[in-house]
Design a protein around this ligand. Sequence first.
Ligand SMILES: Nc1nc2c(c(=O)[nH]1)N[C@H]1C(S)=C(S)[C@@H](COP(=O)(O)OP(=O)(O)OC[C@H]3O[C@@H](n4cnc5c(=O)[nH]c(N)nc54)[C@H](O)[C@@H]3O)O[C@H]1N2
Ligand SMILES: Nc1nc2c(c(=O)[nH]1)N[C@H]1C(S)=C(S)[C@@H](COP(=O)(O)OP(=O)(O)OC[C@H]3O[C@@H](n4cnc5c(=O)[nH]c(N)nc54)[C@H](O)[C@@H]3O)O[C@H]1N2
Ligand code: SF4
Ligand code: SF4
Ligand code: SF4
Ligand SMILES: [Mo]
Length: 663
Amino acid sequence: MVQLTINGKQIEAAEGITVLAAAKQAGIEIPTLCAHKELTPFGGCRLCIVEVQGFRVPIASCTLPVSNGMVINTETEALKKSRKFILSMLFSERNHFCPFCQVSGGDCDLQNAAYHEEMTHWPMQPGWNGYPVDSSHPYFILDNNRCILCRRCVRACGELAGNFTLTMAERGAATLVVADTNVPLGESTCIKCGTCVQVCPTGALIDRTSAYQGHDESMTEIKSVCAGCSVGCGIKLIVRNNRIVRIEGDWDGAVNRGVLCEHGRYDPMNEARQRINSPLMKKDGKLTPVSWDEALGAVADRLKPLAGKEHDGLAAIASTRLPVEAMAMFKELFADGFKSAMVTSVEEGMTTAAINQVAEKNGAFEGKLDVLRNADMVLCIGANVAKSHMVAGFMIKRALPKGMRLVNVDPEESELDQFADVSLKPAMGSDLALIEGMQAVIVKEELGRTPLTIPDVDKVIAASVKASGVSVETLTKTARMLANAVSPVILFGKGITAQRDEKLVEAILNLAKLVGAVDSERAGLISVKGEANSVAAAQFRLDQQFALNGQQAVYAAIGDDYVSKRLVERLAKAPYLVVQAAYESTLTEKADVVLPVTIWSEQTGHYVNMDGRVQKAEKAVDAAESIRENSAVLAEIAMRMNMPIKQDWQKVLHERKSSVAFN
Ligand SMILES: Nc1nc2c(c(=O)[nH]1)N[C@H]1C(S)=C(S)[C@@H](COP(=O)(O)OP(=O)(O)OC[C@H]3O[C@@H](n4cnc5c(=O)[nH]c(N)nc54)[C@H](O)[C@@H]3O)O[C@H]1N2
Ligand SMILES: Nc1nc2c(c(=O)[nH]1)N[C@H]1C(S)=C(S)[C@@H](COP(=O)(O)OP(=O)(O)OC[C@H]3O[C@@H](n4cnc5c(=O)[nH]c(N)nc54)[C@H](O)[C@@H]3O)O[C@H]1N2
Ligand code: SF4
Ligand code: SF4
Ligand code: SF4
Ligand SMILES: [Mo]
């Protein structure tokens, strides 16, 4: 800790932090433009200048480390004058004719900084040069005329998204934000995460869907959780007149700390599916709108005789995107109430069944995604993390330039290969042999951190090479990389878990123990899961493979999920099909009864992400009156069946051992 004085106030600050950060901690706001708490300091805009006793000139506080005995002033007349001058220069450099800008009037950090300095005008001729406007991107526009060259976008693209698409071209007044080698954004390597737009302090990067839809002060902001995948990113829903105008990353989000991917930020804004607005019943072969009472009555009458029939009554399948509350009710109603033996989820436990078996014996063995922030080596096995869990992928990609090593194990080409130091292409399904081979190399070379006995290491290595097709050199190299890493992380996905082989997961766990990649702050073992609530589905034992064994009816609680052709074909074989869904699909077409329900943003509920965080998603908008909540529909059916529901999802969630610790 160091002692310093800011504006006459005695302050204690941690060594190594900046004066800007120390001031903020002490409640002293220093104006900034280019600084951002998630980005490395850059010292570009100079707005955060302060006077330091003993220094000849004012100095930027965002890049100045604190030191003992410093005496600092942030609000002198001379500083105010300098800041006005800096802002005047920024305003006059390009076209900041605010009335034409969508963020003018509250949402622009540049304009707000000027108001803060009580500026009414600037005394310089504005620049009349025309800078390029890039409107080639599907989701946002880059108008260089409004750019203040703060480089937040450039830093965010590299340091947060790990994509390094944005850069600066030219010099001096001609400096421009460009993509790649100055290609249109829409044709660039951009992966459409929108992080650059979220950090831009001016109207230079603006979002297409929310442009000119109103200022932040006329919007309601609701903190929630993305239901796009099992990463569980924190989001902010920006809502006006019962409509989501924009989705932003929540800087306080436990997992993502502000970053989102395309699926979280933009997909929900471009929903193309058709909503179902009324209960439907098949009459004369045609789905016909009916009242809720008629639809629910018909379902209850048809299902009543099937209660208590374990194997030839009812089969039920739920989406793993449903909130925990609805999922728990689903399980209670159909598994406990109806006593059906075929109650499962659309994932069929593909991402969880094998790890849960290992957890039954070992308890929780997985770490948190945060370990990726400190890892110096990642071994990725059978997980397409750059595509299927993008924000987790960002955490890996952005650390690579800082020296993190990456080994990717995937029989097929995957997005991750282009970033990997080593790509292993083992034969499909040969992972157990491959992992055992790595263990054997580490044991043979005495690189292990925990004791492991392997009777004949050379035999195991030879068998590994033979089964996997990976050369002994590559096997040895990767095993050494892993064993020599200080903070190794092993990450695996459906390429492993879909093999439904408990021994394989156990072998990975043993490898993790051998190299010290278990359960610590800096190293760990992580498996990526499926949809937003796959962990919860596993806890409710909705993890068996779906099969119709003479069941006479199927109840499919799909919610707002997509359904594949494969699933539709299997479900459509049922003599009677009830579909609880928000959107029209080939599945609802085949249903006898369709019950229209809310989507993710229209209901409050909890999600358990891949590393065990139990997070609450908030309702942001109201659904049409004819639409009911997922859990309400299930509760109504339970009532009509006289099956009491306790609704204690917290208890059920913790009843089964899990591979992740809940928090
Ligand atoms: N044998 C076997 N069975 C499995 C699995 C396995 O690996 N092997 N995996 C299990 C798992 S983990 C899951 S999640 C389920 C998956 O099975 P399902 O739940 O049936 O879902 P998906 O296969 O993801 O198919 C969704 C469909 O919706 C469409 N779709 C998805 N997103 C979009 C979109 O944004 N826009 C448009 N227009 N269409 C979209 C896709 O074309 C896809 O055909 O299957 C499970 N069953
Ligand atoms: N954008 C987007 N994100 C999603 C989803 C989505 O539909 N769209 N779906 C979500 C869901 S439901 C799931 S389950 C997850 C899936 O996310 P992941 O667990 O990452 O699964 P996949 O994306 O199928 O990638 C699995 C990888 O394993 C490889 N593989 C196949 N067989 C083997 C093998 O025998 N050994 C090894 N080592 N590798 C193998 C495949 O080539 C593939 O690259 O993604 C979730 N995230
Ligand atoms: S959207 Fe994401 S990947 Fe594309 S330029 Fe912006 S930060 Fe980079
Ligand atoms: S586009 Fe925005 S974030 Fe990027 S340098 Fe210009 S003003 Fe800064
Ligand atoms: S990584 Fe998953 S949870 Fe995060 S924004 Fe993307 S889809 Fe949503
Ligand atoms: Mo999945």
